[in-house]
Design a protein around this ligand. Structure first.
Ligand code: PLP
Length: 378
């Protein structure tokens, strides 16, 4: 394995173990020509696999028409994408930006404007991004410590503990911000009971409930939105990662029931809603259909059952193709050994191995990943 010279990059990430030069479906190729089965999908981003022909063709066609016009003008792809997302959500308006953190910043501002309140309840172990507002709501103290003071008024509750949710709440709370599955915090799915308690609490407080579906959205957990499985429709949803299959995009969806807070001038983004990215995202939405979602659920169950049988796996959990294996050994060493063996996977915290393959993965590729992991974990 070899990597490109990295000394000109700020060292915000550990040194990269490999340089990828090409991708095709569920496979990546490194600079030495070695092929890898990709069960990371660029951290749950390349949902349809590398170079999927439908978003690829849509982006190419848009590149040939119009790249950028600014949000001072309408463009067809952004309007079409907002309409498609509204249909999937069941009535919502969209704001487009460029990342998950930006989508959560938009949610933080929207809730302030809509409720007139600045308090936020989020979850211990949750992750919402690295910008200062999103970081303030990220329940991982080590990521926040060097940058405090951050946005004031954020309190943390324990996942799936309704009593701690109530203890964190107060009259000042205008936003409850939750990931349906804590993707960076150990792959912890919220229970429907906890989600219902959060929705009830938001109602009582006059706060908005936002699901951060940056990682769980666009079919990752086996339904288009993960909240569909929780039975709780939120006021706000944030999306990013898989929305354009790897081109940068974020979105805040505001349910029609919570509409009206943002007026012209309240928020914006130069690149948000870029026509090329939105054209790719429209193609993604057209491709993530019921048949694909059924496969996501099926192969997710196969992965869970397979992992649960391996040595060093204390618990396998997750939903659809966002799967975590709690290990009794450090997860980073397993991810590194898997990479050597030709399988790309992820950690989620210190001791959780995370798998998030493209949603188009085949049964044979799931079996191959499991057989590599059974060697690595033996
Ligand atoms: N929210 C969740 C749930 C995430 O998993 C992430 C990234 O991992 C973010 C927000 C931040 O997204 P971005 O890195 O695009 O800013």
């Amino acid at each position: 394995m070899s990597t490109v010279l990295e000394s000109a990059l700020l060292p915000t990430y550990p040194p990269a173990p490999v340089t990828f030069v090409a991708g095709d479906g569920v496979w990546l190729v490194d600079a030495d020509g070695k092929r890898y089965l990709d069960f990371a999908a660029g951290i749950a981003v390349v949902g349809l696999g590398h170079r999927h022909p439908v978003p690829l063709a849509a982006a190419h066609a848009q590149l040939d028409k119009l790249w950028h016009a600014s949000n001072l003008f309408a463009t067809e792809p952004a309007a079409a994408l907002a309409t498609k997302l509204s249909e999937r959500f069941g009535g919502a308006q969209a704001f487009f930006c460029n990342s998950g953190a930006e989508a959560n910043e938009a949610a933080l501002k929207y809730a302030r404007k809509a409720t007139g309140k600045t308090g936020v309840v989020a979850l211990s172990g949750g992750f919402h991004g690295r910008t200062t507002g999103a970081l303030a709501a990220t329940g991982q103290p080590a990521k926040r410590a060097a940058f405090e003071p951050l946005l004031a008024g954020v309190r943390f509750a324990e996942p799936n503990d309704a009593a701690s949710l109530h203890a964190a709440a107060g009259e000042d709370v205008g936003l409850i911000l939750l990931e349906p599955v804590l993707g960076e915090g150990g792959v912890i799915p919220l229970t429907p009971e906890f989600a219902a308690a959060a929705a009830e609490l938001a109602d009582e407080l006059g706060a908005l409930l936002c699901f951060d579906e940056v990682q769980t959205g666009i079919g990752r957990t086996g339904t288009f939105f993960a909240w569909e499985q929780l039975g709780v429709k939120p006021d706000l949803v944030t999306l990013a990662k898989a929305l354009a299959n790897g081109l940068p995009i974020g979105a805040l969806l505001v349910a029609d029931e919570a509409a009206g807070a943002f007026q012209p001038g309240d928020h914006g983004s130069t690149f948000g809603g870029n026509p090329v990215v939105c054209a790719a995202a429209c193609a993604v939405l057209d491709t993530v259909d019921d048949a694909l979602l059924a496969l996501v659920r099926e192969y997710g169950s196969v992965l869970l059952a397979g992992l649960a049988r391996f040595p060093h796996v204390v618990e396998a959990r997750g939903g659809g193709l966002l799967v975590g294996a709690q290990l009794d050994v450090p997860a980073a060493a397993i991810v590194s050994a898997a990479l050597d063996a030709g399988l790309v996977c992820l950690t989620s915290g210190q001791d959780v191995l995370r798998l998030a393959p493209p949603l188009v993965v085949s049964g044979a590729e799931v079996d191959l990943a499991l057989s590599i992991l059974s060697e690595v974990l033996s």
